[in-house]
Write a protein that binds this ligand. Structure first.
Ligand SMILES: [Mg+2]
Length: 252
């Protein structure tokens, strides 16, 4: 591996297990890598959670002038200015549109009948600033059911198509194992990569993206057409070893 000019990380199942925080060990590695080159975290998670949870540990020690956070699939970009997190750019969906999205989703569920007879565990809608996620079986569904209810993706594809037909001005994509994500059109991780490339004046081909879902249809795979180098990982354990490799090829 050659030393890239910039490293971008996915968060879930790359820097941390799903819905968990990066470990102290991982944060320490990020801080060490930041001493050598610019780093970005580009994730579907929303910003308030990260800013409360693990970002303060990095902000306390890192070279923050070259650290970028792109939450909600790069709908926003934040940087630490020494005192607080500053929004560099940001997209939102209006309250009115959020209401319209909920209505379109509920109508689609009714019309397609894909959830008929299935149980639901907790809240189904997860509303973020620039994104609405619909968790078909609720956010508290058990892992067993989550991975068995729709093994061939048929139900989710049917639901996705029905929602997309009602909301032509949004992107509607299959997210996690039960979820459908509605976002502003064209706002995705690829856009974050392109923004950073332009901002730093470094071609995407000289940057490296590390993620667990770079396979076809995976939510990291959208970055591939930007020309960025990619390194698939199976989880945080492997990411630690990739960072160690980077630390050795990127010298001091
Ligand atoms: Mg991931």
């Amino acid at each position: 591996m050659q030393c890239p000019k910039v490293v971008l990380f996915d968060l879930d199942d790359t820097l941390a297990d799903s819905f968990e925080s990066p470990t102290k060990e991982m944060n320490a590695r990020i801080v060490r890598l930041l001493e050598r080159l610019p780093i970005a975290i580009i994730t579907g998670r929303d910003f308030p959670w990260m800013a409360r949870d693990f970002l303060p540990q990095i902000a306390a020690e890192g070279h923050m002038e070259r650290f970028y956070v792109f939450p909600e699939g790069a709908a926003q970009c934040f940087q630490w200015d020494g005192r607080e997190w500053k929004e560099i750019y940001g997209w939102s969906i209006s309250e009115e549109d959020h209401t319209r999205i909920r209505k379109a989703v509920l109508e689609s569920v009714e019309e397609t009948g894909v959830l008929k007879g299935l149980p639901c565990f907790g809240e189904q809608f997860v509303q973020k600033r620039a994104m609405m996620a619909f968790a078909a079986l609720g956010i508290n569904v058990s892992p067993d059911l989550k991975y068995s209810w729709d093994p061939d993706n048929k139900r989710r594809a049917t639901l996705r198509d029905a929602i997309a037909a009602k909301l032509p001005e949004f992107d509607v994509l299959m997210g996690g194992a039960t979820s459908t994500d509605v976002t502003k059109k064209g706002v995705n991780k690829a856009r974050g990569v392109e923004w950073l490339s332009k901002h730093l004046n470094i071609p995407a081909a000289e940057m490296l993206y590390i993620g667990d879902a770079l396979y076809p249809g995976g939510n990291d795979s959208v970055v591939i057409p930007t020309g960025i180098q990619t390194r698939p990982v199976t989880g945080p354990e492997e990411t630690l070893t990739v960072i160690d490799e980077l630390l050795s090829v990127c010298g001091n």
